[in-house]
Write a protein that binds this ligand. Structure first.
Ligand SMILES: *Cc1c(COP(=O)(O)O)cnc(C)c1O
Length: 367
């Protein structure tokens, strides 16, 4: 992609804010170590730029979901530990060795495969404590603790688990998972342990253990907790391509789902679902849809989101002109609010942005 090509849609990324967010989470979690989760192309902002900025801030451990992301992290930082959350198969051994990737092992079978194919290379074991997603059952974990020769061959360096409800501090499953994880940990007295994602960090010291694994909070999405104000990293801005006037009684967009009740000034903007601007942010006569920000005022999305275009109501903004930039999310238009209007979460909006949204880097390491 030519970064200098003219673009009607920009994702502005503040790498300085990213680095400061990591430091803030690091300080909040200390003395626990603070890793960074950079799966899904660093939540859409770009592994190649995010990882050096985080490493420069002091981060030494990176988590990705799949091996290919691990290769990209390795290319960006030669000497950090890179963990692959989605596990390991025996036929991946050469690739893991080539890029010094460390698997998060989720089953006994994969632990045996790692011990057999990559003996002596470090790995992590994931124990499921109540989410029923990846990881060994509690029973399997206890069994594993009784097999010292397998533990040694697999070079386990850490035990981890993942919280299902950390974003709901009052949820009883948080305490239950912590208690179960502590019990399992007791069977592996020499291994460090990791439990907390972004929201888990805010559950308090008990949850920090030896290593925390924030993802979304680094990027300034999903929650703005008072105790650790985090900066917005990503701002999505789209250009007004055309302004038109529509009369009462007309309709807007595909399917004519939105009727105009009084004369309306419409701005057609360069963003659509092919950019990852969620189709469900659109509005109809029955469904209000999301909003955007123009010249300090909120403006509603009118009608369906097209592949490459959306319409917004600028009747209340007399100065709106063709060529203006509209903030679709960012410091003035919270991403989680836009996502909620589409029935989803900021995580999905951010990681779902397509490559067509031109990435524009600012801040400390942007050169
Ligand atoms: C994605 C993920 C994280 C990071 O979660 P956030 O909510 O983005 O902080 C941490 N641990 C595991 C196992 C994950 O899958």
């Amino acid at each position: 992609m030519n970064a200098d090509a003219p673009a009607g849609l920009l994702l502005a990324i503040d790498l300085g804010a990213l680095a400061r967010n990591w430091k803030r989470l690091h300080d909040l979690s200390s003395p626990a170590e603070c890793a960074a989760v950079v799966k899904a192309d660093a939540y859409g902002i770009g592994i190649e730029r995010a990882v050096p900025a985080l490493a420069e801030a002091g981060c030494r451990k990176f988590f990705v979901a799949v091996p290919e992301e691990g290769e990209r992290v390795r290319a960006a930082v030669a000497d950090a530990a890179v963990y692959v959350l989605n596990g390991f198969f025996a036929e991946w051994a050469g690739y893991f060795r080539a890029f010094s990737l460390r698997p998060v092992l989720n089953s006994l079978k994969s632990i045996e495969a790692w011990a057999g194919h990559c003996p002596g290379a470090p790995s992590v074991v994931h124990v499921d404590t109540g989410m029923n997603r990846l990881g060994l059952s509690l029973h399997e974990a206890v069994g594993l603790s009784r097999r010292p020769e397998l533990l040694a061959a697999a070079s386990l360096e850490m035990l981890m688990s993942h919280l299902a409800c950390a974003d709901d501090p009052g949820h009883p499953l948080n305490k239950t998972q912590l208690t179960l994880f502590r019990e399992v940990r007791g069977e592996f007295p020499r291994l460090p342990a990791s439990l907390a994602n972004s929201a888990g960090i805010h559950l308090g010291r008990d949850f920090h253990l030896d290593l925390v694994r924030p993802g979304v909070a680094l990027y300034g999405a999903a929650f703005a907790q008072d105790r650790a104000p985090l900066e917005i990293v990503a701002t999505l801005k789209a250009r007004i391509l055309q302004i038109r006037d529509a009369a009462a009684g007309e309709t807007i967009g595909y399917g004519a789902t939105r009727h105009i009740l009084e004369d309306t000034r419409i701005a057609i903007v360069s963003a659509g679902y092919a950019d990852g601007y969620h189709r469900m942010t659109g509005s109809s006569d029955k469904h209000p849809g999301a909003q955007a920000m123009l010249r300090g005022q909120r403006v509603p999305i009118l009608g369906r989101v097209s592949m490459d275009l959306i319409a917004i109501d600028v009747t209340a903004i007399p100065g709106a002109s063709e060529g203006d930039w509209v903030e679709l999310f960012g410091p003035n238009m919270p991403i989680d609010e836009v996502a909620a209007a589409a029935g989803t979460v900021g995580y999905e909006l951010l990681t779902g942005l397509s490559r067509r949204a031109a990435r524009h880097y600012i801040g400390a390491d942007a050169s």
